[in-house]
Design a protein around this ligand. Structure first.
Ligand code: AHG
Ligand code: MN
Ligand code: MN
Length: 356
């Protein structure tokens, strides 16, 4: 078949899919997106589907947690020095086990594991991928029935031969091929982007399938939510205090309708702000001199989604997506959400750095 004709017809089929107004499942959406990549053999799409399957299992375990004795601590600490919850361990094992058998997965890294999992290279596969995840974000909220989530991201590996290396994971967020999260809340939602906008799917528990409920999500212009652990205020630097004061106590009419909203699960705070408009911050402070949240497992994937939805994410001095990671478990300060507020923060940091 003439290659150009075939590419055109594939794009046409994708357009037909977009215009179709009926029931669209995550499964069919992923297949339709594959039509944007005519040479794709579907291995990348398989990874997304498989994350969807794993997340349904995690979601069902989370829902039944109080009945099946999986609430509480696992009795050990992870590489971050944080207490692992039983559900952290379970979600981590589930994702690792579900994804490792795919031929195009060269390796995985998780917030809960010290090193990377290197998988034997598939002899016929040249295009292989590495996957990173925070298996359960906000896990300190588990026992209180508060929304938690799973965050994932996918890079194409950069090394060519043999087992993958750590360098395959240490890529700036700008190079991501896909990122997303699943939120286990009043309903379970799968939200992701492959660089063509952000799309949200709600799990229909009767059918057991994610259904497109939020196509092309855009962060609203109005900053309705200010989200930070405000008890850290005393540890923040001057520009961060100035930024918070401007939004919370200033006379700028733009913030008349802004409220403080903080869940303590980044994924849930981000999701709410994506829907309502808002800014979330976890800056560097005296207790966390390089920030608290993890660049590769939390910040870069959500920064990628924020930009795809018309928002932005910065440390104050650098876009999150431009940071060249040096270590797998590196932390970074983050201010993420509406572009206007992220710009304001950047400006306040720059003014401070210039001595103003
Ligand atoms: P995790 O449960 O994956 O360790 O992440 C917890 C993170 C993040 O989800 C949240 O925004 C932040 O920790 C909350 O930190 P504070 O309790 O310091 O506010
Ligand atoms: Mn987390
Ligand atoms: Mn976690």
């Amino acid at each position: 078949m003439n290659e150009r004709v075939s590419e055109e017809s594939l794009e046409l089929r994708k357009r037909e899919f977009d215009e179709f107004e009926g029931f669209k499942t995550l499964e069919s959406f992923i297949s339709a997106e594959q039509h944007l990549h005519p040479r794709s053999r579907g291995f990348f799409a398989d990874i997304l589907r498989r994350i969807g399957v794993a997340s349904k299992i995690i979601g069902s375990r989370v829902q039944r947690a109080g009945l099946t004795n999986v609430l509480g601590k696992a009795g050990r600490v992870n590489i971050q020095g944080e207490q692992q919850m039983k559900l952290d361990v379970m979600s981590n094992e589930l994702l690792m086990n579900t994804l490792q058998w795919l031929p195009a997965v060269a390796g995985m890294a998780s917030e809960e594991e010290e090193g990377v999992m290197r998988l034997p290279p598939h002899p016929d596969e040249h295009d292989t991928y590495v996957i990173m995840f925070d298996p359960l974000d906000g896990s300190s909220n588990i026992d209180a029935n508060v929304s938690i989530g799973t965050i994932f991201s996918i890079h194409r590996r950069v090394t060519k031969w043999g087992a993958c290396e750590e360098v395959d994971f240490l890529q700036p967020g700008r190079r991501l091929l896909a990122a997303g999260y699943v939120i286990y809340g009043s309903s379970t939602m799968f939200v992701y982007s492959t660089g063509n906008g952000v799309h949200g799917f709600t799990l229909d528990p009767e059918v057991g399938e994610y259904v497109l409920s939020h196509p092309d999500m855009r962060i609203p212009d109005q900053c309705r939510c200010f989200s930070a652990n405000e008890t850290n205020y005393k540890h923040w630097d001057e520009p961060t205090k100035r930024f918070a004061d401007h939004i919370r106590f200033g006379s700028d009419p733009h913030y008349e309708k802004t409220s403080s909203r903080y869940i303590g699960s980044m994924v849930a705070d981000f999701h709410r702000n994506l829907l309502y408009g808002g800014v979330f911050l976890y800056p560097a402070d005296k207790k966390h001199p390089t920030g608290k949240l993890r660049l590769l497992f939390e910040c870069a994937p959500l920064a990628w989604l924020a930009e795809q939805a018309g928002g932005a994410a910065t440390t104050g001095r650098q876009d999150i997506l431009d940071i060249q990671p040096e270590k797998l478990h590196q932390r970074c300060p983050i201010v993420i959400g509406n572009s206007r507020e992220v710009d304001l923060y950047r400006q306040m940091v720059a003014d401070h750095d210039q001595g103003n």
